[in-house]
Write a protein that binds this ligand. Structure first.
Ligand code: FE2
Length: 261
């Protein structure tokens, strides 16, 4: 089976690009499952219920997230009732929502998606490695296709997670930096790995946000929240081919596509 994974989708430019292209990409690459990190879809910060519903209707199957998941408070009741929107599994146990989704891909193959968040240069969270072990224990043995979104800043922490889970999951992909890395490979145990899938959104700014706003934040103390930029929209994603029977990855490739509405 084939799994298409969008990294951080930022603001309206990123969202519109996904809405306009996801069906084409599904057909073109014969995709069975579409994942997307939704933590930045609402203006760059958080996700709202109508936006999440729109992405699910458009052909996204499961959304992961990270440190911005609760920026829009209206997501709290939504995530508690919507299993296709995940938050990091290593958040405190009573956090609304879940960090693992188990369900069926389009072709009927059962799959699991796990969302983790890193701790290096990030906010406080429980140990993602032990949380990964617990998440895997919660997945039935016959669910062989397992994908992990490791939302983290540090390359080393993401790479360590790839090796830690090698042979136990089909793929470990990183998100959060918004910059696609060129280190895709299948590790010896059969786990596809990519340090960061990269951003879908506007590249005419600083990781999706208005350059002048971000410069102002670095050069002054009067904090203001940056707006998203809007030009030079690109779609970044990873395409992973997995053997349904064993759950081992056959290949992983990167997509980086210009998008014009
Ligand atoms: Fe993030």
């Amino acid at each position: 089976m084939k799994i298409l994974i969008f990294g951080d989708v930022v603001g309206r430019p990123g969202r519109v690009a996904v809405l306009e292209r996801v069906q084409d990409l599904r057909e073109q690459h014969e995709v069975d499952l579409v994942l997307l990190n939704a933590e930045n879809v609402a203006g760059g910060f958080g996700v709202t219920p109508p936006i999440a519903d729109g992405l699910l209707r458009a052909g996204v199957d499961v959304m992961t997230s990270g440190n911005h998941i609760f920026d829009k408070q209206e997501v709290i009741p939504y995530i508690a009732a919507q299993p296709r929107l995940l938050r990091p599994a290593n958040y405190p146990p009573d956090t609304p929502g879940k960090g693992v989704w188990i369900g069926e891909a389009r072709g009927g193959v059962r799959v699991a998606v796990v969302n983790l968040i890193g701790r290096v240069f990030m906010g406080a969270a429980d140990d993602p490695f032990r949380a990964a072990d617990a998440a895997l224990r919660s997945i039935p043995e016959d669910v062989r296709v397992r994908v992990v979104d490791m939302h983290a800043e540090a390359t080393s922490e993401k790479s360590a997670m790839g090796w830690y889970l090698d042979g136990r999951v089909s793929a470990v992909v990183g998100t959060h930096t918004h910059v696609q890395t060129a280190d895709e490979r299948v590790l010896p145990g059969g786990t596809a790995y990519l340090t960061d899938v990269g951003m879908t959104g506007s590249y005419d700014g600083v990781i999706g946000m208005d350059a002048q706003d971000v410069i102002a934040r670095f050069t002054s103390v009067t904090m203001r929240r940056a707006g998203h930029s809007s030009g030079d929209v690109r779609i970044c994603a990873a395409l992973v081919e997995v053997d349904d029977g064993t759950g081992r990855a056959r290949s992983i490739s990167r997509l980086s596509l210009p998008h014009e509405s």
